[in-house]
Design a protein around this ligand. Structure first.
Ligand code: PLP
Length: 437
């Protein structure tokens, strides 16, 4: 057959994806995986390969893949009515709001449901700026809160912000990162004191009326990095004196993932709960749900007559209720604490030079990688992801320099799976180290 008569090659799914989706849409792996189904802590790709999912979707699969209770609740609800909107009453939405308000720790709490973490943070910023009549906000350096115009405009990491324009005026606060910066060498107590003084100085210098501080208790996309316990309590005492609201972005840290606490803010509880809390990711076990919890006084400050077409829809709330019930009845928070400790111990025992630090809480574990000169190594992180994939393990990555592995399996992880996954990860790290260190 001559070259001319050869049939044109069928484009791969990856090529078709690239042709019709934005160039800025991130994927993992040189040849991204097409996932077809999952069960428990495992997922399968279109070639039939099985993977242990150490990224829990993207911290979305909170309990387990294809959890039968969630699947049943969703199917039953879809068979009755899929959608009705906030113009009508929905018993599932009210029940879920009651549960989340009760769990939130915020007194006199009300809940507004959204369909993503971005939209939840957008709504939280809208509430805070309206309540305080100010468009000035505080955010943490190295933070990430979503990809809308408002949330991307306040991120404390230029790599995630394609625009320098923002409807908000943002001031950046130290405290989320311990491994670099002017306070890196300090003890916990001195670090808290230095960051709090820095916040005081900042507020003293800018003057004016600041609406809120928005912060992740553990920075997620930023590489699972966090300040010492108690940092936000110290911040809150300062904020309270100025009447500034504290928004705790619990999109990654909620629902017991951090092991010791149900919410990330509870590691900083001495000065009381946040004024506003946002959630998403895990609550729907992969269904598109987010939301805002706020004191009634703050939630009701908007003079608006608003609807949310998809927020708190019957199918999503049915799935979320089943997911939450399973989580609480099986003490998955306790399981996250136990299996997370096991995982960290196993990773540390490998004592690999490419690993600068293993850190985190519960099943939110960051592994920071460096090169032989001790500099951040995004190449090592990328290589580890590829090797782990070949070994049947999925993990995430992030961090300011893209050099941090993110380990966040579903909270039902068994001890056997924790050991198996840690050993696979150590092997992937060894291979990446041989290539890059
Ligand atoms: N806030 C945090 C802490 C996140 O990690 C993310 C997403 O990764 C978001 C907000 C945005 O959530 P979503 O992607 O659901 O819009």
């Amino acid at each position: 057959m001559s070259d001319q008569s050869r049939a044109p090659e069928t484009p791969s799914l990856h090529q078709r994806h690239r042709a019709v989706t934005p160039a800025w849409l991130a994927t993992y792996y040189s040849e991204p995986i097409e996932l077809t189904h999952g069960e428990g802590r495992h997922v399968w790709d279109s070639a039939g390969n099985r993977y242990l999912d150490f990224f829990g979707g993207i911290l979305t699969t909170m309990t387990a893949h294809a959890l039968p209770e969630v699947t049943k609740a969703v199917a039953e609800q879809a068979g009755r009515i899929i959608h009705s909107s906030t113009l009508y009453l929905s018993s599932g939405m009210v029940e879920l709001a009651e549960q989340i308000a009760g769990l939130s720790g915020i007194p006199d709490a009300k809940v507004f449901f959204t369909t993503s973490g971005t939209e939840a943070n957008d709504a939280a910023l809208l509430l805070a700026t309206a309540y305080r009549h100010s468009n000035q906000v505080l955010a943490m350096r190295n933070s990430y809160h979503g990809r809308s115009f408002t949330t991307i405009g306040i991120t404390g990491n230029g790599a995630w912000s394609p625009t320098s324009l923002s409807p908000l005026q943002t001031l950046y606060v130290h405290g989320g990162v311990r491994t670099r910066g002017p306070f890196a060498h300090l003890s916990d107590a001195d670090f808290i004191a230095a960051c709090t003084q820095d916040l005081e100085d900042l507020l003293g210098q800018v003057g004016g009326n600041v609406a809120a501080l928005i912060a992740e208790p553990i920075q997620g996309v930023g590489g699972f990095t966090h300040g010492p316990d108690g940092l936000f309590a110290a911040f809150k005492r300062v904020l309270d004196r100025h009447g500034i609201l504290w928004i705790s972005d619990e999109v990654q840290t909620g629902w017991g993932r951090t092991g010791d606490h149900f919410w990330g803010w509870q590691a900083h509880a001495e000065a009381g709960p946040p004024d506003i809390l946002t959630f998403a990711k895990g609550i729907g076990n992969g269904l598109a749900m987010g939301g805002v919890v706020a004191r009634a006084e703050v939630m009701d400050c908007l003079d608006a007559n608003s609807i949310s077409t998809f927020g708190g829809s019957p199918v999503t709330t049915a799935g979320a209720l089943a997911n939450l019930r399973h989580l609480l009845e099986h003490d998955l928070q306790g399981n996250a604490r136990r299996t997370g400790a096991l995982l960290v111990k196993r990773l540390l025992a490998a004592d690999l030079p490419v690993v600068r630090e293993v850190r985190g809480k519960g099943l939110m574990i960051g592994v920071e990688l460096v090169d032989a000169a001790g500099e951040p190594s995004p190449a090592a992180a990328a290589a580890t992801l590829e090797h782990a994939r070949e070994l049947g393990l999925l993990i995430g990555k992030g961090g300011l320099a893209g050099n941090v592995l993110r380990v966040a399996p579903p909270l039902s992880l068994t001890e056997g799976e924790a050991v198996e996954g840690a050993d696979l990860l150590v092997e992937a790290l060894r291979r990446a180290q041989a290539q890059t260190f």
